[in-house]
Ligand binder design. Structure first.
Ligand code: SF4
Length: 375
C-alpha cells in the first residue's frame, strides 16, 4: 500500500472521499487556489536551486514566476491577472525577508519513499536548511491566507511525516520543523521527538488497516461543500437523483412538511426563551412567585438547584454499604456523543463501537438547514 500526507489526511477527514480519489482515481477539479499555490512553489524551487549562496535578484524571481506560471483553474483572464499580481507581491515580500540570509539548502523538493509499518510512505519535502551552528530545519510552504493556532502546528501531520522521513532517510533528527505561510509572510516553527514518530507509526498502521479492511464510510465534514465527489457520495445521493427528476415527489412533500415543522419548533423555542428571560427578570424585580394569565392559568416559578455530586464523598458513603457499584455506569448517550464528535483516533472509535452491545437500531432525524447556519 502506498500512502502520503494527502492520502492519510483525506482518509482521516472522510474515508469515502479517500476511496473516490485514491482507490477509484476519479478526476478532481483544478481551482485558482491550487494553481496559485503550485506557481509559488515552482518559483521558490527555482529561487533556491542555486550552486552558489547568492540569492537571485527580485527581477529574476519574478521571471521564474512567469516561466512556471500555472494557468489552469482560473475563471477568466481577469481573475488570473489578479492572482498573478498577488503572487508577485508575495514573492517581493519573500525576497525582502530572505535574500540577505540566502543559503544553499541541504535538500530541495526532495521526493522520498520510506517503508513504515509495511506501508510505502511517499512525500516531497519543499526544503531543508542547515541551521547555522548545527542541526537541520525542514520547511514547508503554505499558501493559505490565515495562520493556524500554534497547537495545530504542534500536531501537524505533514511535519510529523517529514520528521519521520528525515530520520529514516538521512538518520538525522531535524531540530526545527517550519510551516512558512507565504501570504502573511510568517513562519510557524515546531519540533518533534522520537515519541511523536512512534505515535505517527501507529496512526499510519491504523489508517492502512482500515483501508485494507475496506472501511470507506462517508464522514460529513466542513469541506463537503467543496468536495469533488458529492455526486457519488451516499450522503448526497438523493439530492443528485432529484436533479435528474424527483424519484418520489410525494416523499419530497413529506420531507418539506417535516422541515417546516422543525423550523417552527426552533422559532417557538427561541420565542419561549425570550419570554422566559422577560418573565424571570420581572419576577426577580417585583418578588412574584406566580404570574397569572387572563383566564386564571398561572406560570409557577420554582428554583432548580443544579448540583454536581462530589464523587469521592459519595463513594465514601456508599462503598461501606456495598452500594457504590449501583451508581456507577457508563453513560450510553455520553458515549454515543463522544463517538459522533468524530474527533477520536479511528482505532479508538472502532474499539468503542465494537464495545457496544446492539440492542436495536433507531434513527434520529436532524435538520441540516443552510438558511439557519448562515444566520
Ligand atoms: S461530500 Fe463529504 S462525506 Fe461525501 S465524500 Fe465528499 S467529503 Fe466525504
Amino acid at each position: 500500500m502506498r500512502l502520503s500526507y494527502s492520502s492519510i489526511n483525506t482518509y482521516e477527514t472522510c474515508p469515502a472521499k479517500y476511496r473516490f480519489q485514491y482507490e477509484e482515481r476519479l478526476p478532481t477539479s483544478s481551482s485558482p487556489a491550487l494553481a496559485f499555490g503550485d506557481s509559488l512553489h515552482r518559483a521558490l524551487h527555482r529561487f533556491h536551486d542555486r550552486p552558489v549562496p547568492v540569492a537571485p535578484s527580485l527581477e529574476e524571481l519574478q521571471e521564474m514566476l512567469d516561466d512556471g506560471w500555472v494557468a489552469d483553474g482560473y475563471r477568466d483572464a481577469g481573475e488570473e491577472g489578479l492572482y498573478r499580481d498577488h503572487a508577485r507581491q508575495v514573492l517581493a515580500e519573500y525576497h525582502r525577508a530572505n535574500a540577505d540570509s540566502f543559503r544553499i539548502p541541504a535538500a530541495l523538493e526532495f521526493r522520498f519513499t520510506v517503508e513504515v509499518e509495511g506501508v510505502q510512505l511517499q512525500g516531497v519535502i519543499d526544503r531543508m536548511d542547515r541551521i547555522p551552528g548545527g542541526g537541520y530545519e525542514i520547511i514547508d510552504y503554505k499558501t493559505s491566507r490565515r495562520l493556524p493556532a500554534k497547537a495545530y502546528v504542534d500536531q501537524d501531520l505533514q511535519l510529523s511525516l517529514y520528521y519521520l522521513a528525515a530520520r529514516e532517510i538521512w538518520g538525522i533528527e531535524p531540530e526545527r520543523l517550519t510551516l512558512y505561510y507565504l501570504l502573511p509572510g510568517e513562519r510557524m516553527t515546531t519540533f518533534r521527538t522520537p515519541a511523536h514518530a512512534d505515535e505517527l507509526r501507529r496512526r499510519i498502521a491504523v489508517v492502512a488497516e482500515r483501508i485494507a479492511a475496506g472501511k470507506f464510510e462517508p464522514r460529513a465534514n466542513p469541506l463537503c461543500d467543496w468536495c469533488d465527489f458529492q455526486a457519488r457520495c451516499p450522503l448526497y445521493r438523493h439530492k443528485y437523483e432529484k436533479e435528474g427528476g424527483d424519484p418520489a415527489p410525494n416523499m419530497t412533500a413529506i420531507v418539506d412538511e417535516w422541515i417546516a415543522l422543525k423550523r417552527e419548533d426552533w422559532e417557538r423555542y427561541r420565542r419561549l426563551e425570550e419570554l422566559k428571560s422577560l418573565i424571570n427578570a420581572f419576577c426577580e424585580e417585583h418578588g412574584y412567585r406566580r404570574l397569572y394569565g387572563t383566564d386564571g392559568t398561572a406560570i409557577d416559578r420554582r428554583p432548580q438547584h443544579v448540583t454536581a455530586p462530589d464523587a469521592e464523598r459519595v463513594r465514601g458513603i456508599l462503598e461501606p454499604l456495598g452500594l457504590w457499584e449501583r451508581v456507577l455506569s457508563v453513560d450510553a448517550k455520553g458515549l454515543s456523543d463522544l463517538i459522533e464528535e468524530r474527533t477520536l483516533p479511528p482505532n479508538v472509535e472502532d474499539a468503542l463501537l465494537a464495545s457496544r452491545e446492539e440492542v436495536r437500531t433507531q434513527y434520529a432525524l436532524y435538520l441540516k438547514d443552510p438558511a439557519r447556519s448562515r444566520r
